[in-house]
Design a binder for this molecule. Structure first.
Ligand code: FMN
Length: 176
């Protein structure tokens, strides 16, 4: 975790993803085959921060990676960062895919599955791509997979965290 470190968010970019005054951030570090876990546990931090009145943003591209003082080792490196602070506002609602587009939901789906998909659709994803598919595969069994897209495996961890929070972890298990 970096506090009062202004360098990583110094550069401003004209369009997407320019940050003002961001000096605090989480650095998400791990082995390269654990992208889904990075998303899952990173989102736990994000939702906790939000619950205590802070704002965050996942940032994979629009920061200065080489300014983050993390030593990459043989088995782990810096994936991305999560900015942390007080936003100028709480953000705006964005365009979203429909439940039918991202899952096999139907009017007969149980309430917990519907709630899970609803929460998953609120998950942040890289460039708002929402490239995933969630399927109820059994009475209380669900599978979720990433579709092709930049950072979609990491997105999947974020989405699964949201699905669990919405559906209730006691109501289902993930199909491996
Ligand atoms: C893995 C990941 C990488 C992201 N990278 C960037 C980034 O480099 N710059 C940026 O401004 N936003 C980035 N975002 C934020 C997304 O663009 C944003 O979450 C998405 O468009 C939905 O917007 P919302 O979270 O405000 O609803 C990233 C989000 C995720 C999940």
């Amino acid at each position: 975790m970096f506090f009062d470190e202004p360098e990583a968010f110094k550069a401003t970019r004209p369009h997407y993803g320019s940050f003002k005054g961001c000096r605090n951030y989480f650095a998400i570090v791990g082995p390269s085959d654990e992208k889904e876990k990075a998303g899952y546990f990173g989102e736990e931090l994000v939702l906790y921060a939000q619950s205590i009145g802070l704002n965050t943003c996942w940032v994979a591209l629009t920061f200065e990676k080489r300014k983050v003082k993390i030593k990459a080792s043989e088995d782990s490196s810096l994936y991305l960062v999560i900015s942390l602070g007080y936003g100028e506002n709480e953000g705006n609602a964005h365009r979203s895919k429909t439940p039918e587009k991202v899952s096999n939901i139907s009017e007969n789906s149980p309430e917990w599955f519907k709630n899970g998909v609803k929460a998953a659709l609120l998950a942040p994803t890289a460039i708002n791509q929402q490239k995933y598919y969630i399927e109820q595969t059994g009475n209380r069994e669900v599978s979720a997979r990433a579709l092709a897209g930049p950072y979609s495996e990491l997105d999947l961890g974020i989405v699964k965290y949201h699905f669990e929070a919405g559906a209730g972890r006691e109501n289902f298990s993930w199909k491996e």
